[in-house]
Design a binder for this molecule. Structure first.
Ligand SMILES: Cc1cc2nc3c(=O)[nH]c(=O)nc-3n(C[C@H](O)[C@H](O)[C@H](O)COP(=O)(O)O)c2cc1C
Ligand SMILES: [Mn+2]
Length: 474
């Protein structure tokens, strides 16, 4: 199966055909584009937004946000049927993802991003409408969903993942590499430790499959280009960036090339920046500086933006990391998992399963807790509960769990310095772990047979009714 779009523009056109894109004229880069994006992302259908006629910028220099913020467009980006119910779409993605075979990118001759190109003193980032997304952001961010491309100098593989990029001047930006365990940062360190700058290409306005790949936790050595090619069923077309020689998607909207100067010898104060927790995680802090020596863009470029916003608003309307946890549970032999979902922008994970033995639910809960980045709440529910429906999940918590018996607390779990609950001292010491509550909201295994029967329709029966009578209700 291959995906029905070749690049961001074609994805926008497909979403537009579904009636999912709002065209906005005249919004300002200073807090207005960000504000409209946040309000729209909070609506039930979380529409995608294409901003044009941005005051102070050339007409046609556009900003696109909320690309994949609902389940329909997240499915569309994966090449799945956008009419699927969200949990069915995530299940299909979990299955597809498990069987994916990497497809290496194909080198092509022509790069659309070379329609406009400037080098050296002619580089001027001020032509792009980079938004100030949140009220207290430290500056404009040209990269909020941008792909950072670099090459491992020892092993030669190419990494391409998402990091935020702040604009500081005509030709200088910072890249936020705070998580030292991630590939982007690890590769840069290899150059810096030899006193060299790290060649980098920043891709703004990439194929949505690359946006999804750039967010995945892939093992070192596996290129996100290959993963995105596998999502699409065809290779990502790349050309050599004329400045760095790095492979760059030929159909990208905007490409910045240059060197990320050795850090911490070179730095600029970066941030603050609103985070996906709904808070600012830190004040201004030193970040690595990139000197942009090449700037290329398509005619009428589209600046792709994906600012982190207060939960439940999230970059992806399908919780992709829940698909990873689901696959992990299966890989470890936990049977009868019927669904995994994440709420509150990944901060709460729910596993639904059909219990086969005492301890089954706890086994799943422990694995999910171990794999829940920053999450504080893990809930395990029975198979009749839709894990994607928070009201259903809370019904299970309030009618099947007994707080004095059903809650376990795991200490020192996987979190990060973005956690708003950390003290300044703990953060400074790198003590960023958090505790995680596992709520077993399943019927106690030994009481299943005698548990009061639910009076509501089963999920299957509700579906039959929806199929027959849904139109009359809408
Ligand atoms: C929209 C968006 C913005 C992100 N911004 C950052 C960031 O600024 N810094 C960071 O460390 N991770 C950020 N991430 C998370 C990384 O992209 C993610 O952890 C990725 O797996 C890292 O890949 P890598 O290990 O190949 O570099 C962001 C993710 C998304 C979807
Ligand atoms: Mn990677």
């Amino acid at each position: 199966m291959s995906v029905a779009y070749q690049d961001l523009r074609e994805f926008i056109a497909l979403a537009d055909q579904l009636g999912a894109v709002r065209h906005i004229s005249g919004a300002q880069v200073f807090h207005e584009i960000g504000g409209v994006t946040e309000v729209a992302a909070g609506l039930a259908h979380a529409p995608a937004l294409l901003f044009d006629n941005i005051p102070g910028y050339r007409s046609g220099f556009r900003v696109f946000t909320n690309a994949t913020t609902n389940a329909q467009r997240a499915a569309l980006a994966l090449g799945l049927d956008p009419t699927l119910r969200p949990l069915d779409a995530l299940k299909l993605w979990k299955e597809k993802r498990t069987g994916l075979k990497p497809i290496a990118p194909a080198v092509v001759g022509d790069a659309l991003f070379m329609e406009n190109s400037a080098r050296g003193d002619d580089v001027n980032l001020a032509v792009f409408p980079a938004p100030h997304w949140h009220p207290e952001d430290g500056g404009p961010y040209i990269g909020s969903g941008a792909l950072i491309v670099s090459r491992d100098p020892d092993e030669n593989w190419v990494n391409a993942s998402i990091y935020r990029v702040q604009v500081h001047s005509r030709n200088r930006v910072t890249i936020q590499f705070d998580h030292t365990g991630r590939h982007g940062s690890m590769i840069a360190q290899k150059y810096w430790s030899k006193g060299q700058g790290c060649p980098v290409a920043i891709v703004i306005g990439q194929d949505p499959a690359l946006f999804i790949a750039g967010f995945e936790y892939l093992p070192g050595g596996q290129s996100e280009y290959d993963f995105a090619g596998a999502i699409k069923g065809v290779p990502i077309e790349v050309t050599k960036g004329p400045v760095t020689g790095l492979p760059v998607p030929a159909r990208a909207e905007i490409v910045l090339e240059g060197e990320l100067l050795p850090f911490p010898e070179n730095s600029l104060p970066e941030g603050p920046f609103g985070e996906f927790t709904g808070y600012y995680a830190a004040d201004k802090r030193p970040a690595a500086v990139m000197e942009v020596t090449g700037m290329h863009y398509r005619n009428n470029p589209i600046l792709f933006g994906s600012p982190p916003l207060k939960p439940p608003r999230f970059h992806f309307g399908l919780p992709f990391r829940a698909a990873g946890i689901w696959a992990n549970l299966e890989a470890l032999g936990v049977s009868d998992v019927v669904g995994v979902w994440q709420h509150v922008s990944q901060l709460m994970t729910v596993v639904a399963l059909k219990q086969r033995y005492a301890g089954h639910a706890k086994r799943a809960g422990l694995i999910a807790a171990a794999n829940s980045y920053m999450g504080r709440v893990v809930v395990v529910v029975d198979e009749d509960i839709d894990p994607s429906n928070l009201a259903d999940v809370m019904w299970a918590v309030t009618t099947r769990s007994e707080p004095s018996e059903s809650v376990d607390i795991i200490r020192n779990g996987w979190s990060s310095s973005l956690d708003p609950r950390l003290s300044a001292e703990a953060r400074a010491q790198g003590a960023t772990a958090n505790s995680k509550m596992i709520i077993d909201a399943c019927k106690p295994y030994h009481l299943i047979a005698e548990y009061p029967r639910a009076s509501a329709l089963s999920l299957a029966a509700a579906r039959v009714i929806e199929e027959k009578w849904g139109a009359a209700l809408r």
